[in-house]
Design a protein around this ligand. Structure first.
Ligand code: FES
Length: 157
């Protein structure tokens, strides 16, 4: 009888340990899946829209997200910050003049965000773009400071 109690106790402890280890493994596995899912799907990015919606040579405002999406003549994209690099006022895109103008001290920038007129001395910041499943995603959490424009900053489909 005492022997049976020991076996039962041992068996119970073994099953308990197996259950705890199994739960730990399941927890680790679920966390791994969650992390890999974040990296592969653009869950924390802003969806700007289907790539076919954008006309070449046009600029699209996303005021709530603080950027303009510039669809360049060659089909590339730039997500340009609305924040002037002089003192931080919000720049406006002027269709007729085809450039960004700052209402505070009259700095001007072209569709690439390059400075056309001072007092700003460096290009407008950019937000990283990802093109996935024919959609444009903009990571508005990471504005990229830059001194000037260069072609490597453009994102193509
Ligand atoms: S804040 Fe834009 S020109 Fe001064």
């Amino acid at each position: 009888m005492n022997f049976l109690k020991k076996i039962t106790r041992r068996s119970f402890i073994k099953k308990g340990i197996i259950a705890i280890v199994s739960l730990e493994l399941i927890y680790l596995f679920v966390n791994l899946l969650r992390k890999s899912g974040d990296a592969q799907t653009p869950a924390n990015l802003f969806e700007a829209g289907d790539i076919d919606l954008f006309e070449k040579g046009k600029v699209y405002p996303y005021s709530s997200e603080l950027f303009y999406l510039s669809c360049l003549k060659d089909g590339g994209f730039l997500a340009i910050s609305t924040k002037c690099t002089h003192l931080g006022c919000t720049v406006n895109f002027q269709k007729k003049e085809d450039k960004f103008l700052c209402p505070c001290h009259a700095s001007a920038f072209n569709k690439h965000g390059e400075v056309l007129a001072p007092p700003a001395t460096r290009a407008l910041d950019l937000y990283p773009i990802t093109i996935s499943k024919n959609k444009i995603w903009v990571d508005t959490s990471k504005p990229q400071r830059r001194n000037k424009y260069d072609q490597s900053q453009i994102t193509y489909a």
